[in-house]
Every structure is written in structure tokens, then in C-alpha cells.
Design a protein around this ligand. Structure first.
Ligand SMILES: *[C@@H]1O[C@H](CO)[C@@H](O)[C@H](O)[C@H]1NC(C)=O
Length: 419
């Protein structure tokens, strides 16, 4: 091969390695442009997706984009949706998003964005959805969201946000936010007025936010439109103030699972009149206050699995409409005599009842198995296939008193000494 040939050969190979993504209209909708990555990192430029009077949606997911140049989205009068998720953006230049004025959806999730220049969204006033999940944001500067009065869905989860640095006025011009996700940030010391501008919140996610109490900012009167509140996977150890949820009468789902809850005020959930689902699993509860859920007329799902509960008061469930009750993996050895009948008589129609993985007295377990069979209640029957040890103490009687554990120990001691 002559040197000249070699050069041409190398150039040919080089031209086959392209950093530029390939963009095509999707098969069933020409208004939908979908790009696939090239072989290298790429700076998005005018020409790749710009200048098309028909384009409504552009998907540039995982296209190894490191920067967005000016006018990349020029000449796209109908553009409503941009997906730039899973790229390598660490910042966006002021002005780089100026052209798509009809934009309603912007997905920047899973990049490495650390901050936005003030004014970045100034012309995107129709934006309804902004997904910033999985970036490296430490703060949302005051004013960034101000041009977005139509914002309904804001996902800030899995960033590096310190709640204490969030200015409580950042949402003042975005009162219509209905979906707000802060999960996997440190929201411990957020200002209690952080969400004071919200008028239409429905879903608030504070999962894994390092909280050690129910944060005041999440339960203010202006949040009464909220339907779902996630406080799971935190370090909340007690909720002893009965007015904690006083403003939450619209709430339908409350998730407090995977905390370290030891104590709950007996009236703490009463103000949540519309509550349908409560998740308290994976906590450290040893007792359930006798009236904890009593009279909560919408409550149909109660999950108390994986706690340390030694006694389950049947009263706590009277006057609810509980259909699914999960008491699995606790510490009780018996349930109240005729537990299911008692509930039935108070109007409760159990459909699914899990009570496996408790240190059952065998006779007490047989009693409850007879009851669930009689009333056609589903239970975790796989656990009772004869292969597992399901109860720990065999006797003719079911000893229904809390001191049973002690008696059991005494009996056991007597047996030992006689033997
Ligand atoms: C944003 O993109 C990510 C990753 O592609 C996706 O999982 C997520 O559902 C998108 N967000 C929205 C709100 O559609």
C-alpha cells in the first residue's frame, strides 16, 4: 500500500466512526423524531434535529451529548417534547433552550448537571413537565423556575440537594405544581415555608430524604389537596403530636414504611379522613394504640408487617373498611378470640390477611386458620405448606394474655427442672 492509499484508507475508516447520532422519524408517527447514539461523545448542534415544521417530539436519549449549542432546536415551531435523558451534560448554556417556545415536556434526567444559569427557561413558559432526576444539582437558585407558571410535574429526585439551602421563594411563580419529587436528597433542614406557594399539590415524594421527623414543610394548610405522601426510608422515630397531619384531610396514601418508628400518638391519623392506604411496615412499633385507626371510614389497606408488635388490639380496626391487612413478621403469639368475626361484626370485610412469620402458639394459629377458611379470607397459604415451622409452642389451649411469653418461659423452665 502506498502512503497515499494508506491515508485515504485511514480517512475512510475515520469517516465511518461518527460521533453524530442518527435521527429518524418514528415508524408510526413522522412528528416524532428518535435519535440513536453515534460512536463518540457529541456536541448537539443546529442541523441534527433543527428546522422541521412538523416535528413535535425529539428523543435524544443516551446519545452521548456533552453540550447543547445555540440554535440546536431552531426552526421547530411545533416542538413540544424534548428527551435529553441519559446524556453527559454538566451544564446548559444560557440561551440554548430559547427557541422551542411551545415546549411542554423537558426531560433532562440522568445527566450530570450541577446548576442552571439564571434565565435558562425564560422563553419556555408553557413547560408543564421538567424531569431533573439523577443529576448533580446542589440547589435550585431563586428565579430559575420563575418563568414557568404552568409547571405541573417537577422531579428533583436523586440529586445532591441540601434542603437547608433551598430558598422558600423558589416556587412562588409555579403554584400549579401537582407532582413534586425530592426523594434521595437531604431535606432535613428545609425551610418550613418551602412549599408555601403550592395550590394544587397531589403527589409529594420525600422517600430517602434523611428525615428524622415529619417535616413541617410537608404538612402545611395550603397542601390539603395532596393525595399521596411518601415519607418512606427515613429515620423518623416518633409522631407524638396529634396535629401533625391536621391539614391532610385529602390524603389517600401515606407511606411511613422503612423508618424507625417506635411510637405513634393514638389520634395522629384521625384527621386524615380520606386515607385509604397506610404503610407502616419495617418500623420498630411494639404496640398499636387501641384506637389508632378506629372509625377511619375510608381506610382499606393497612400494612404493619415487619415491626415488633406483641399485641394486636382488634379495636384499632373497628369502623374502618380494611380489606387488606398485613401483620406478617411481628412478635405476637396469638390474636383476640374470634378476631375475624369481631371485625366482621363491626362492618369490616377482610379480603386478604397476612399473619405469617409470627411466634405463634400453635393452637392460636389453628384458630385463626379456621376463621379465615370459614370467612373465605385469603392469607399467605404458601407459608403453611407443612415444610416450614409456623408456630413455636404446642398446647391444647390458646393462651390469650400478653404475659403469655412469661408463662411460656416458666413452663419451659419447669419442664427443664423436672426432666
Ligand atoms: C425521563 O426519562 C427517563 C429516562 O429515559 C424516564 O425513565 C422517565 O420516565 C422520563 N420522565 C418522564 C416524566 O417521562
Amino acid at each position: 500500500m502506498t502512503p497515499r492509499c494508506l491515508l485515504i484508507y485511514i480517512m475512510l475508516i475515520a469517516s465511518m466512526i461518527s460521533a453524530e447520532p442518527t435521527c429518524k422519524p418514528s415508524k408510526n408517527n413522522a412528528r416524532n423524531i428518535i435519535c440513536t447514539p453515534g460512536d463518540d461523545d457529541y456536541i448537539l448542534e443546529k442541523g441534527l434535529v433543527s428546522d422541521n415544521s412538523k416535528t413535535e417530539r425529539i428523543t435524544l436519549r443516551g446519545c452521548r451529548i456533552t453540550e447543547v449549542n445555540y440554535e440546536s432546536f431552531q426552526g421547530l415551531p411545533l416542538l413540544k417534547y424534548i428527551d435529553l435523558s441519559y446524556n453527559r451534560l454538566s451544564k446548559l448554556k444560557l440561551g440554548s433552550l430559547d427557541e422551542p417556545k411551545e415546549l411542554t415536556h423537558l426531560n433532562l434526567s440522568y445527566n450530570s448537571i450541577t446548576e442552571f444559569p439564571l434565565g435558562i427557561f425564560d422563553t419556555n413558559t408553557k413547560l408543564q413537565l421538567l424531569d431533573l432526576k439523577g443529576n448533580k444539582l446542589e440547589n435550585i437558585q431563586l428565579g430559575i423556575l420563575d418563568p414557568l407558571p404552568n409547571l405541573k410535574h417537577l422531579d428533583l429526585s436523586s440529586n445532591e440537594i441540601l434542603g437547608s439551602t433551598l430558598n422558600p421563594y423558589i416556587f412562588d411563580r409555579s403554584p400549579q405544581i401537582a407532582f413534586m419529587d425530592f426523594s434521595r436528597n437531604d431535606m432535613r433542614d428545609a425551610d418550613e415555608d418551602l412549599l408555601h406557594a403550592f395550590q394544587a399539590i397531589e403527589f409529594l415524594n420525600l422517600d430517602r430524604c434523611m428525615l428524622n421527623e415529619v417535616p413541617a414543610f410537608a404538612t402545611k394548610p395550603n397542601l390539603k389537596t395532596m393525595k399521596s405522601l411518601f415519607l418512606s426510608v427515613n429515620q423518623i422515630s416518633e409522631i407524638n403530636n396529634p396535629t401533625t397531619f391536621a391539614n391532610m384531610d385529602g390524603l389517600e396514601l401515606l407511606n411511613l414504611g422503612w423508618n424507625v418508628l417506635k411510637s405513634l400518638h393514638e389520634d395522629v391519623f384521625k384527621p386524615i379522613r380520606n386515607l385509604k392506604i397506610i404503610v407502616l411496615r419495617n418500623n420498630k412499633l411494639t404496640t398499636i394504640p387501641d384506637t389508632l385507626f378506629k372509625g377511619m371510614t375510608s381506610l382499606s389497606n393497612i400494612d404493619l408487617a415487619n415491626n415488633l408488635i406483641t399485641f394486636v388490639p382488634v379495636n384499632a380496626f373497628r369502623g374502618t373498611v380494611v380489606k387488606n391487612l398485613n401483620l406478617a413478621s411481628n412478635q405476637f403469639t396469638y390474636l383476640t378470640d374470634n378476631f375475624c368475626l369481631e371485625l366482621k361484626n363491626s362492618g369490616v370485610r377482610l379480603q386478604k390477611f397476612y399473619f405469617n412469620d409470627n411466634p405463634w402458639q400453635c393452637k392460636c394459629l389453628r384458630d385463626i386458620l379456621t376463621e379465615v377458611a370459614k370467612y373465605g379470607i385469603q392469607y399467605n397459604s404458601a407459608k403453611y405448606d407443612g415444610a416450614h415451622a409456623v408456630c413455636v409452642y404446642e398446647d391444647k389451649y390458646c393462651h390469650r394474655h400478653e404475659s403469655f411469653n412469661q408463662i411460656y418461659v416458666d413452663l419451659y423452665d419447669k419442664l427443664i427442672t423436672k426432666g
